[in-house]
Write a protein that binds this ligand. Sequence first.
Ligand code: NDP
Length: 295
Amino acid sequence: MNIATFTLNNGVEMPAIGLGVFQTPPQETIAAVRAALETGYRHIDTAASYGNEREVGQAIAGSGLDRSQVFVETKVWISDYGYEQTLHAFDKSAGKLGVDVIDLLILHQALPSAFDRTIAAYQALEKLLADGKVRAIGVSNFMPDHLARLLGATEVVPAVNQVEIHPYFTQPDVQAADAKHGILTQAWSPIGGITSYRGRTGAHSTFDDPTIAAIAAEHGRTPAQVMLRWGLQQGRSVIPKSTRPTRIAENLDVFDFDLTPGQLDTLDALNTGARGGPAPEDVTIEAFGRDIPDA
Ligand code: NDP
């Protein structure tokens, strides 16, 4: 299968769909990543804080694919922010992943409560980029004011800003700020997983939304496929997570239909403005800090 790609702002090509592995237990990660690579995925999104980088790397190494064929994205946790700490965080992640070069390394959170550390961490990413240890660098959960502060203090414009986006939370202001600066918006929880696993149930989950279900029925598709198509058609990178091979395949099978402009608008109109994840300001070292082990 030929997967569409995005060209990042430094010319690097990234597959438009990746497999997310947040909350994928380490013991299930090899099977999930293997299933994804066999189905045709060529992009995996993990993070130091997910505790499964080693298994992601093992699955890639055992896939028979050349290293250059798989785009590996991971994230530096806030506990490792700071210039020297973040350089070391690269060694930890690369060591666990078993790779010399990480395709896309991003800061997991803005950490506005200690933004000087965020800037130092980003300057370490710039150094890793200059040294050829990463092919692209970016950020996650950065709001427009965080982006503005970062851009004012650093040289390299992030390639990607990975933020919560699904039909119930579309963050148009963040998407506009990303676009203005040439940053690709990458949607986490692109099918609204967080609307089901974060305490909301039944009718409040995107998977059970009647409007999404109706559009899916019109195309003979599933709600997840409609939400992924919506993201792709609006120019977002999407990284759906599943540990089930049938869903992993379903989530990649989205390149042979198009939503109409009216359907895209209908999905946009489901935005509640209420995020599922923590507010970026609330993610502090005190509340969320944790040790990331060495490789
Ligand atoms: P998703 O929107 O990808 O939804 C995942 C959930 O939906 C899981 O519970 C999964 O269960 C279920 N699911 C997957 N496919 C289908 C399907 N076709 N039909 C019905 N249910 C389905 O949510 P995530 O929050 O996991 O986000 C995706 C990725 O984004 C993460 O894995 C991670 O890589 C990244 N992320 C980044 C964050 C950040 O702060 N930067 C925060 C959160 C996520 P099952 O596995 O049982 O199939």
